[in-house]
Design a protein around this ligand. Structure first.
Ligand code: TRP
Ligand code: ZN
Length: 881
């Protein structure tokens, strides 16, 4: 246990002692620093309490009701300013601070990027700017004046509406923004600098004209066009599906390349990582276009779920994030390819969130404690949180869910509330009891279900027995049974859907949602005239692991016939897992590897079936290593890579002709496309290209010639970034020099494009070539690389940390290398460093030799005197110290 550890507990929550009726900020931007004058009208809730404000900025002056305070009237310690005595009734407090944005490399608070200024305040960045009640349940109306040089800062933005502006002496000017909606400090934003603007507009259903403005570097302006269109789609969708309208006359999005995460929903002034705004056919892949649409939607949807109704405290983060991820997932699914989107989301959840839930960072969707809040912007809060919201939707139906949403806004608009308030709105609007459902917010760990079925020919019943087990996590040993919605259908031995009757219902149905809420339960399906195969957990109706004793033949039947596209895909996943397991056994006992002819046959039939090309592509996704070792301890990562690679290799070899056929078919489709510009992003074409690129990756394993074809045809086929990147990704692991040649040319061709260079670094960091570590070390010196830019770090070092054979190299070189850079980055950007530390989360589950090697590096990090609390919290948890 390290000293000075401060743990924050949900159970210690106390309502604020003060309210802020109004806050008036003036930023004066000088050459080397920025002055911030913060004038607050403060209202005590109770008399006699000292006034305690959060802050860490250089303090110049405190003025209370017009009187300058002297040092004995206040105290500063541990990022808190305490004013011992304040009036019993409303008073004015004016605080002046000085900031040095050019020196701020944390990218929190006010910082410089390029020559411009930007803020990032969620969760606790505002305290780096001024002294304030930096907590989400203190909401106030903000007025912001910005003063700066006309040439250096022609554009000066903040939240809400521009209410006034003017000229000053010495080539300076000023603007004044006012946000009419009360908000917490984490939603405050300011941007100043030289920016071009791309404009659009949207008329809301009640006739409000909204100006849409996208701010970028001048050379990037045209690349914001797709994001602007995405925003209009998102605004329309929120009206159509959720009955929610935008509430200001202006909506601004600013793109910045130095940014700790994806994007931020500041009221009326979203700030985005350039990655989620800028796109052109030559620089962005289809997946990038889809990510832009999703993130634009996400931040826009926060205007209601996050801003109008916000969180009481940071433990409730999933209240806004889980709900908003659910909303962005639904938006994307309604836009195109619902089935494929769902599978994609489930895959992220299972390979990343399940791993988090099985490791040292396991925490409930609503954490009970934290040291550094920035460490809790996790897959659990976001992705599992979205699954929890999806379960309300599954249990209540679209109509019931929307009734719940309506009541939620009716009760809580303008408030800072809790996950319990959301659950109460869902329960009350539908007249149902959701008490047990609360366990989804308080119990960590992925529930496991063991299932089996019995057919009774005499009584014509099928009985499904379910047993649930919630694994212990570091925070909690014994857990209670949870409410698990299990969506189910039945298939006969020919693959036809079989109707059934549940006890107490009159009508037959072909699908139902079982409410499984005890440790053990049996569900009986009546009027079942023949033997059936159950199709379970349709649509992935709950974030659980479910095990049913299917025969291989059952799984092939589901793969061929299930009407539920998730369950059908899942059948293929289970077949892959079994094939993988037999490879792993063969490798362990030095036996020849099995050929998996039946699986190849089933996949061939699936490819030849009349289904969407994008769906064919996801059928060819073999579970990731993280999914394959999800219930394993003493993991030898190398063996997993080998056995998985061997599986891909054998399937690709026996499916060679099919792969070639469909690859040629995909080319043909694109050539003959009805779309006027087949190189552009369009969901249909994206599906075709996704299939083509997947087939290319498989094809390279089966056909040696393919490398030469790719090299020869590269420039002719690289009609957009999806193809260009797809071809490079397909050959990225090959040891042939031609891979290096193509990659170098790619790096030179796009040297001026920051976002494409991220892809260049990803290819280097994720390659399985034997010389990858040397190539990564060399790339660190590349002129386009910078340790201070989080996108670059994530691309090169992040991808290396997920590169299983190299990060887990048997000699420990991967661990040592990453630790070196974690320590360097931690000195100036703890948030980015602490994400990288989590590459070591597998520590406890590794085989002994690697565990020892990892321990050395983790201890080295832990011993670092100046280590941030961000990184320290993670290392301590991994080493249980
Ligand atoms: N609220 C943001 C979102 O999910 C995420 C966020 C939290 C963030 N902290 C951040 C973004 C810091 C950038 C930097 O939409
Ligand atoms: Zn969010």
């Amino acid at each position: 246990m390290s000293e000075n550890k401060v743990v924050h507990y949900l159970k210690d929550y106390q309502a604020p002692d003060f309210a802020v009726a109004e806050i008036d900020l003036t930023y004066t931007i000088e050459e080397a620093y920025t002055l911030v004058r913060n004038r607050m009208m403060i209202v005590p809730h109770e008399v006699g309490r000292p006034c305690v404000l959060d802050g860490s900025a250089e303090l110049l002056q405190i003025v209370l009701n017009g009187k300058c305070l002297s040092p004995h009237e206040y105290a500063i310690a541990d990022e808190k300013l305490t004013i011992h005595t304040v009036p019993d009734t409303q008073f004015e407090l004016e605080i002046t601070t000085r900031l040095y944005p050019a020196q701020n490399k944390t990218l929190m608070g006010l910082y410089e990027s390029g020559d411009n200024l930007y803020t990032q305040n969620e969760p606790e960045g505002f305290r780096k700017i001024t002294y304030y009640f930096d907590r989400p349940d203190v909401m106030s109306q903000f007025t912001t004046t910005i003063i700066g040089d006309k040439r250096r800062y022609p554009v000066m933005l903040s939240n809400g509406n521009l209410i006034d502006s003017g000229e000053l002496d010495n080539d300076r000017h000023w603007v004044c923004w006012r946000d009419p909606f009360a908000k917490p400090s984490y939603l405050f934003a300011l941007v100043a600098g030289q920016l071009a603007v791309l404009e659009g507009n949207f008329t809301t259903r009640s006739g409000k004209e909204v100006a849409l403005k996208f701010y970028t570097r001048p050379e990037d302006r045209e690349k914001a066009g797709f994001a602007l269109e995405s925003l209009k789609h998102a605004m329309q969708w929120d009206e159509d599906r959720f009955n929610l309208e935008y509430d200001l006359n202006i909506f601004m999005v600013v793109a910045v390349s130095d940014f700790n995460m994806g994007a931020m929903e500041n009221k009326g002034l979203n700030i985005f990582n350039t990655k989620y705004v800028l796109a052109s056919n030559d620089t962005a892949t289809d997946a990038d276009f889809e990510a832009i649409e999703g993130v634009i939607g996400h931040e826009y949807f926060h205007n209601w779920t996050g801003n109008r109704v916000t969180c009481r405290d940071w433990f409730q983060l999933s209240l806004k994030e889980g709900l908003t991820v659910f909303r962005d997932q639904e938006f994307s699914a309604d836009r195109a390819s619902r089935a494929v989107r769902r599978i994609h989301n489930v895959r992220v959840l299972r390979s990343m969130q399940f791993a988090e839930d099985a490791g040292p960072m396991a925490h409930p969707v609503r954490p009970a404690s934290y040291e550094e809040m920035n460490n809790f912007y996790t897959l659990t809060v976001y992705e599992k949180g979205a699954e929890v919201v999806r379960m309300y939707h599954t249990l209540l139906g679209e109509e019931g869910f929307q009734k719940g949403m309506q009541l939620y806004f009716q009760r809580h608009d303008g408030q800072a509330v809790t996950c319990d308030d959301f659950r109460a709105a869902m329960a009350d609007a539908n007249g149902v009891n959701l008490d047990q459902f609360a366990l989804w917010y308080s119990q960590a760990g992925t529930p496991q279900i063991k299932a089996h079925g019995d057919y009774d020919a005499h009584n014509q019943t099928f009985s499904l027995h379910l047993r649930q087990f919630i694994p212990p996590t570091p925070d909690m040993a014994d857990k209670q049974p949870m409410v698990i919605p299990v969506k189910i259908g039945l298939l006969d031995k020919n693959g036809a859907s079989v109707a059934f009757k549940m006890a107490g219902t009159a009508d037959k149905t072909e699908e139902t949602v079982l409410v499984f809420n005890q440790t053990e339960q049996t569900f009986v399906f009546h009027d079942v005239a023949k033997e059936v195969v159950p199709s379970l957990l349709r649509g992935f109706s709950a974030p659980v692991r479910l095990d049913y004793p299917y025969s291989d033949a059952d799984l092939m039947l589901l793969l061929a016939h299930d009407s539920d596209s998730f369950a059908r895909w899942e059948a293929a996943q289970t077949l892959y897992r079994r094939a993988f397991a037999s490879n792993l056994d063969a490798l362990a006992s030095v036996q020849p590897l099995p050929q998996h002819a039946e699986l190849a046959q089933a996949l061939t039939s699936a490819l030849n079936a009349d289904i969407d090309p994008a769906y064919k592509a996801v059928l060819l996704q073999v579970p990731t290593e993280a999914e394959l070792w999800e219930d394993v301890s003493s993991i030898n990562p190398e063996q997993y890579v080998c056995a998985r690679q061997a599986l891909l290799q054998s399937l690709a070899s026996s499916m060679q002709d099919t792969l070639t056929h469909w690859r040629e078919w995909a080319d043909e489709q694109e050539r003959n496309s009805r779309h006027h510009a087949p190189q552009e992003y369009h969901p249909d074409l994206a599906g075709v290209r996704s299939l083509r690129n997947t087939l290319l990756q498989w094809g390279v394993l089966a056909t040696a010639d393919l490398l030469h074809n790719i090299v020869n045809e590269f420039s002719q086929r690289a009609t957009n970034m999806t193809h260009e990147y797809g071809m490079l990704a397909a050959i990225n692991h090959l040891s042939d020099d031609k891979r290096n040649d193509l990659l170098n040319q790619f790096g030179q061709r796009h040297a001026q494009d920051d976002l494409v260079m991220d892809k260049y670094f990803i290819l280097i960091g994720s390659s399985q070539r034997p010389d990858t570590l040397q190539q990564v070390e060399k790339a660190l010196q590349h002129p386009a690389f910078s340790l201070e830019n989080p996108n670059k770090v994530r691309s090169l070092l992040g991808s290396f940390s997920r590169n299983i054979p190299h990060f887990h190299a048997a000699d420990g070189s991967g661990y040592r290398f990453l630790a070196d850079y974690i320590l360097r980055i931690d000195e100036f950007n703890p948030q980015v460093a602490s994400r990288l530390v989590q590459a070591f989360n597998l520590y406890d589950r590794l085989e002994p030799q690697r565990k020892t090697l990892m321990a050395e590096q983790l201890q080295r990090i832990q011993k670092d005197e100046g280590l941030s609390k961000d990184s320290r919290e993670i290392v301590d948890k991994i080493l249980h110290s």
